[in-house]
Design a binder for this molecule. Sequence first.
Ligand code: MN
Length: 720
Amino acid sequence: MDIQALKDKLLFNNAQYNFEKIEKAYRYAQEAHSGQRRNSGEEYINHPLEVASILAELEMDDSTIIAALLHDVAEDTEQTLDNIRKVFGSEVADLVDGVTKLGKIEYKSKMEVQVENLRKMFLAMAKDIRVVLIKLADRLHNMRTLKYQSEKKQKEISQETLEIYAPLANRLGIFRIKWELEDLAFRFLNTQEYYDLVEGIALKRKERQDQINEVIEILKVKLEEVGIEADIAGRPKNFYSIYKKMVNQNKDLSEIFDLTAIRVVVETVNDCYGSLGIIHTLWKPIPGRFKDYIAMPKPNMYQSLHTTLISNHGEPFEIQIRTWEMHRTAEYGIAAHWKYKEGKKDENNFEQKLSWLRQLLEWQHDSRDAGEFMESLKLDLFADTVFVFTPKGDVVELPADSCPIDFAYRVHTDVGHGCIGAKINGRIVTLDTKLKNGDIIEILTTKNPAGPSRDWVCLVKTSQAKNRIRQWFRKEKREENILRGRDGLEKEARKMGMEPASALKNENIQKLAKSFNFNGNEDLYATLGDGAITFKRALGRLKDEILKEEVEINYLQKGEQRPPSKSSHGVRVKGVDNILVRFSRCCNPLPGDDIVGFITRGRGVSVHRRDCNELFGMTSEEQERLVEVEWEKNIDSVYPVDIEIIGMDRARFVTDIMNVIMETRTHMLAMNARVGKDHVSHVNLKIEARNLEHLNFVLQKIRRIKDVTVVERIQSGGSN
Ligand code: MN
């Protein structure tokens, strides 16, 4: 192959080429590769010439042909690329750069998902679809000369060709390249099967060739009669597709009928249907085997009429009918559409072409302006996506601008939480570094991670990472909240005069949690700790609805008679009999209250609630005079208690309180009610309580009155 052969090929295309620039590129490449030889022993320049020649057959434009000639020049040196930019301009340089970068992708993984991702990455990195076409042509020539490589290389490259390049050619609709790539790869991978098949098919074809020729002759005459100009030929199907069919359908070669298809190429769509009509009068069509891909093009925009018929010898054969334009599309795929960029704009077909391109966009999972895409013919299909590698060579697809943290969480939640740093292509980077296509990412973790950092939420792009980070903080905070809730509830209960050990026993907390529709105690504590439910509200409900049950039962069981009059104080001083006992006025202890005695000078023992204000701030000498006292059982006394009620003032506010006093058969000693400027009502009561149970029962009833906000037992003389 020489430059003249390439030029002849280009001249054959009806297009204007800048031959001067093409020759300049040839000389530039020739000089750069001078002294280099291919494994075959021939001059290296032959390879880029062949690649350019394949692209010439696809009728590609100047820049593509020039870039093809230069595609291996820039392999290693940046400087050369800059120079190419200077000499040939940015368009060519960008194409060469794209091809060089694609050459650096390594294919390590064999997983199906990974392979699909690799194909995507291939397109993503290519940016310009012409880069992919150059790469396909490059691969095709390398496959054609693969026999000069070692056997190991042959297998590796063939595998890669079958998994990456042939499917890409298929997606781009370039069947001519797809078939050749497949058959070459097949030959190197399954050599024996390949040659067996070739031989078998050759024999079968020979048998059938006469029949095929007969069909072609009859058809030619008939079509001529009706004035349809047609090119009719028998087309052997590619070996790999026959082989795949045999393997997939578990069939013997003798069971495969459509080894050869007869292809009829005509001028117009009308001629297609006209030919079909004639064909169906000549031979009997097999029902269900007719396919109209003209009315319903395949996703890659393939169009043709397919019909299977029974020959005069009773054997089935397939005929494909299409126009020349459809034929071009079938052979060259996206490359065929290239021409329409500058050339004539066939408005009727434009929509169809767009739909074909939309099919490509389907890879991207969201639709994008196909017209715009057509306009630039840039492969920005994956502008929103970045493909990177794990150290093992698996491809990970992430949104553009993702950072190593996104990658870490994609690998595993624990890797994300444990992430303390990252390496990209072996170098340590900051965690906010944006990932680029083809980067190899390694996440550095620690055994005892401190967990994610709060600013990570702003760094990451994936919702997955965002959610996991938030979850982590929610969980961590939850544990703190549970502790805070548990402690707080206990403190608040004490303040409200409840004994945590009994009031907050597990059974009660469970009931309380249930009443708030929580699944368990921890949820309740967490919510309390978070402040979403106040301790007051929770304890109020605990008293009203849970403790009330107990109290009410106890109280009602004890009879409803009016409490007996005060006959004894009901307090015994431990270890002392017949001692004068009196109650302090400051805190008015009730049976059930935790109490303590104080030995006065000459006035016996005064009894205080253990939490009485008077007891705080005692000197150590005074503290020594404290004695243990206890309530006697079966006390028959009543004790004065001060209560304060605060609430929003309204009509009948005080009446409602009085009703509770009466309902609970409580004796009232004094009452003082006043309303402030802010419409807050303060009601102070002094009542006679028989014991703590009785008092709590009354307090709960009052607490449930509408508009009551606070009900408290206070020390006498006002609020404490
Ligand atoms: Mn090459």
